[in-house]
Design a protein around this ligand. Structure first.
Ligand SMILES: NC(=O)c1ccc[n+]([C@@H]2O[C@H](COP(=O)([O-])OP(=O)(O)OC[C@H]3O[C@@H](n4cnc5c(N)ncnc54)[C@H](OP(=O)(O)O)[C@@H]3O)[C@@H](O)[C@H]2O)c1
Length: 484
């Protein structure tokens, strides 16, 4: 059995923005699945809040529809859904207004964990925090959960941090990066710090380079206006890829505890060198005969926002000096695939002679699809004909290794919301971490703007611009194929 479900303490969870896309697609179905798994105690209450006027039953209809559309779990029945809905209510509240707060407060009970999920635009975080304190809904034990994007640059992230800090202590603030809630991402820590095998080799002496790829097939249609103001650097690199980089590069924390882990991640971000602009490739997908390109999707024929980024990064510390990290992410690529590949150095001397070729071990951690790990090892090609070497994969997929239990693994949002109720901040970003990430990202974006840089074109359905291939070819290295 992989998941030993331990019920969390009784809670009141208020979701601001409960009628929105994120709540309907992720938060509410996720909570339902935790209910089905037996993790939600009988006393738990979920209160939706938004400006739309509706009563409890109206909101229950919305939740019922959301769960049916976006998925219950393996053990979720119609009866379970009705049972879950008995825990759900709604209050009509405007984050910017004064009405509804007293009624919402009257719904909250003493002696429960109290959490407030801000699933609304970041421009409302300040108003919400102020009213939660002002109307006495939140106290020093309450928790607030805030969604990405956490700022669009260092200045805005600092402003958000200081607004939240006026009303809440850092120990009460849970900044979500849902990548950290993914089972395989947590597995990165298990692989690194639960095995003796890898740690002695996990450094510049033995690792040639590391590739981190988060490739998406989806384009930006439907969210073009939002995306065009952001771009791949802000939308993916500053948060998700940075978190993966930290987990793969950090020193072993003394304990698996929030500040131990987050201190080590922060040290990695602070050790990042500024990126030479020759070491970054920005891309934008173009139209083909079948589909429109990026600029049509964002309805701006002159947009210079990137839908793809590839970069070479170096970390100035004892462990990693001399080992480059190559990151790439993009939309409208040929496959949906997220993985981290640790490419080890060749053996220092081949006893088999030059005809045996060069062989390097590669550890690939697949985040999606088909989560699992592959370790490339070199063996002898069977049969006569001398010592011919061949690389083969020791391949482990979670689904095969864990059997049907793998289906019960909570998705990222489920896991993270339960962590909020448990009061465990390990998988949430601390304010200084977010600011450090922007401190590193801002000069890159400013450089593009200063130089008036236009992204390189790439075909939708490809691996990205040719220049991204060159980024590695120049170093005598090669990207792994993006394949699902
Ligand atoms: N959607 C995603 O996949 C996703 C992924 C990652 C992060 N996020 C982040 O999550 C947050 C929510 O995104 P979303 O996609 O769910 O947005 P959305 O679909 O536009 O929903 C916004 C929600 O906020 C409510 N709202 C708006 N103004 C309000 C006000 N003055 N007072 C109270 N409630 C108000 C809306 O309901 P009413 O209009 O009824 O008030 C609605 O429930 C954003 O910060 C977004 O960046 C979203």
């Amino acid at each position: 059995m992989v998941s030993r479900v331990i019920p969390v303490d009784p809670f009141d969870l208020v979701i601001f923005g409960a009628t929105g896309d994120l709540a309907r697609r992720k938060i509410l179905p996720g909570l339902f699945r935790r209910y089905c798994a037996g993790q939600m105690p009988e006393e738990a209450r979920i209160i939706g809040a938004a400006r739309s006027e509706m009563d409890d039953d109206g909101f229950r209809d919305l939740v019922r529809e959301a769960v049916r559309k976006f998925g219950g779990g393996r053990d979720c029945s119609d009866e379970a859904l009705e049972g879950f809905l008995a825990h759900v209510g709604y209050e009509h509240v405007d984050a910017m207004g004064e009405g509804g707060w007293e009624t919402l407060k009257a719904r909250l009970r003493d002696g429960m964990v109290r959490a407030f999920y801000f699933s609304v635009a970041p421009s409302l975080f300040g108003a919400l925090a102020e009213r939660l304190r002002g109307f006495g809904l939140a106290d020093d034990d309450s928790r607030v959960v805030v969604e990405k994007p956490f700022g669009k640059d260092l200045a805005s992230a600092r402003a958000l941090n200081s607004t939240l800090a006026e009303h809440f202590d850092e120990t009460q603030i849970y900044r979500i990066d849902h990548y950290l809630g993914k089972e395989t991402v947590q597995n990165l820590m298990a692989v690194r710090f639960g095995n003796m095998l890898f740690e002695p080799l996990w450094n510049a002496q033995f690792v040639d380079h590391i590739q981190i790829t988060v490739a998406e097939t989806v384009d930006v249609s439907g969210r073009g206006a939002y995306y065009d103001k952001s771009g791949a650097m802000r939308d993916m690199v500053q948060n998700h890829l940075m978190q993966l980089l930290c987990l793969i590069a950090m020193e072993p924390p003394a304990r698996f505890e929030p500040d131990s882990v987050r201190d080590e991640k922060l040290k990695v971000i602070r050790a990042l060198d500024p990126v030479d602009y020759h070491h970054i490739v920005r891309g934008q997908y173009i139209a083909d005969e079948k589909q429109p390109g990026y600029r049509s999707h964002v309805e701006d024929p002159r947009s210079t926002t990137e839908s793809f980024v590839a970069m070479k990064i170096s970390i100035s510390n004892w462990r990693w000096a001399g080992t480059p990290f190559y990151l790439r992410t993009g939309k409208a690529l040929k496959s949906q695939a997220s993985e981290i590949a640790v490419v080890f150095k060749d053996a220092p001397h081949s006893i088999f002679g030059p005809e045996a070729g060069r062989h390097a071990n590669v550890l690939v951690i697949r985040l999606q699809p088909n989560e699992g790990m592959t370790l490339g090892v070199t063996i002898k090609e069977p049969g006569p004909g001398g010592m011919r070497l061949k690389d083969v994969a020791l391949d482990m997929s979670f689904a095969d290794a864990l059997g049907p239990d793998a289906e019960d693994i909570p998705d990222a949002y489920e896991r993270l919301i339960m962590d909020v109720i448990r009061g465990n901040q390990t998988l949430f970003m601390r304010g200084d971490e977010v600011e450090a990430a922007w401190t590193w990202t801002d000069p890159i974006i400013e450089g593009w703007q200063r130089r008036g840089e236009v992204p390189k074109e790439y075909d939708a359905g490809s691996s990205g611009p040719d220049d991204a291939l060159m980024l590695m070819h120049r170093d005598g290295r090669k990207w792994r194929d993006i394949k699902a």
